[in-house]
Design a protein around this ligand. Structure first.
Ligand SMILES: [Ca+2]
Ligand SMILES: [Ca+2]
Length: 341
């Protein structure tokens, strides 16, 4: 979808708990006033065990909107807990030109024997490109992204290769199907491929055979233009499940600090975000964990006001959502005892 257009967003939830849930209210929210949610409030009613239900609304993007990202959140309110789901939609023609100087603009992954890197000496446009990692014979360097494409569209990118002709290649795959490969000395050129709506995995692989290296022995990418897409961790038309309780949060309510304790699960790449009820992020933190078991995280929510907050914890491919309550804390005053003179 494009600026000025009307879109529709659907959040789908499943009651994954062991009981019928009490009454649900749903609130849809955007981070930007130029995005109008047509039906921001919905009453979902009660959800039975395993029931799947959806919250949806049309939304419009004002013609003056200049960003390429829209965030729409959906907050479910039940009697004892809430769930906050966030959809990040990349609209217009999202471009990865690597001008951030890193891989932070989108959710890039690296696989193989060496990571892709940023190159600030060879590029098609601007000052940066991505270049395959430094690998030996028989090795490969993989750059990968998973995206949820909103409508049938096209992906295009510029590539440059300098390798052993016929043996060391840059491959491009969509959903693990090879779409093209290049080797030898190939200057910057643009390639375009059709890609249908839905979830897809895109992969660029520089791969060497068992001997001989030629040229710069690498491949470069620049100016990747995606079709409009949603990030993979979002809820666009997909099922979100409230995870089972392998997390305990205490005390409830808290006054000075709250503990998130994980039992019998392994965590990695821990990220926590805390929101107030208007959807505003009041805290975030992350820890580089590598398969840590029985992890305990403490949040000192001393600078936030008393009230209800929603937490979102992402750790590897696990997600935890829930509600915490900060109670009013009282300062006990000691009255002076009367002194007898
Ligand atoms: Ca560039
Ligand atoms: Ca070779």
């Amino acid at each position: 979808m494009e600026i000025g257009e009307t879109g529709n967003i659907i959040f789908t939830f499943k009651n994954n708990g062991h009981a019928n849930s009490p009454f649900y209210n749903a609130k849809l929210n955007s981070n930007n006033p130029l995005i109008t949610i047509e039906e921001p409030n919905a009453e979902v009613g009660q959800a039975d065990i395993a029931e799947i239900f959806s919250v949806s609304s049309d939304f419009t993007i004002d013609a003056t909107y200049e960003e390429n990202i829209i965030t729409i959140s959906c907050q479910l309110e039940a009697q004892y807990y809430g769930i906050l789901a966030e959809a990040e939609l990349h609209i217009g023609a999202p471009i990865e030109d690597f001008e951030t100087g890193d891989f932070s603009k989108f959710e890039w992954f690296s696989e193989g024997d060496a990571q892709w890197e940023i190159d600030n000496s060879v590029y098609y446009q601007g000052s940066y490109s991505a270049v395959s990692g430094n690998i030996d014979d028989g090795q490969k360097s993989v750059l990968k992204i998973d995206i949820d494409i909103l409508n049938d569209g096209e992906i295009s990118f510029y590539r440059k290769v300098s390798s052993e002709t016929g043996w060391d290649h840059l491959f491009f795959y969509i959903d693990n199907v090879e779409k093209n490969k290049w080797s030898g000395d190939e200057n910057w050129a643009k390639f375009t491929y059709n890609i249908p709506k839905g979830l897809h995995s895109l992969k660029w692989v520089y791969e060497k055979d068992w001997s001989v290296s030629s040229g710069s022995d690498c491949a470069w990418l620049d100016d990747i233009v995606f079709p409009p897409f949603g990030s993979i961790n979002i809820t666009h038309g997909k099922e979100i499940t409230k995870p089972q309780t392998s997390i305990s949060v205490f005390p409830v309510p808290f006054t000075s600090k709250v503990n998130f304790a994980f039992n019998n699960i392994q965590l990695q790449n821990f990220r926590i975000e805390i929101y107030d009820l208007t959807g505003k992020k009041v805290f975030s933190d992350s820890k580089d964990l590598i398969n840590v078991e029985n992890y305990n995280y403490t949040w000192y929510g001393s600078d936030v006001e008393a009230g209800i907050y929603l937490y979102k914890i992402i750790a590897g491919n696990q997600a935890f959502f829930g509600r915490i309550i900060k109670a009013v804390s009282y300062t006990h005053l000691t009255l002076p005892t009367k002194r007898i003179v």
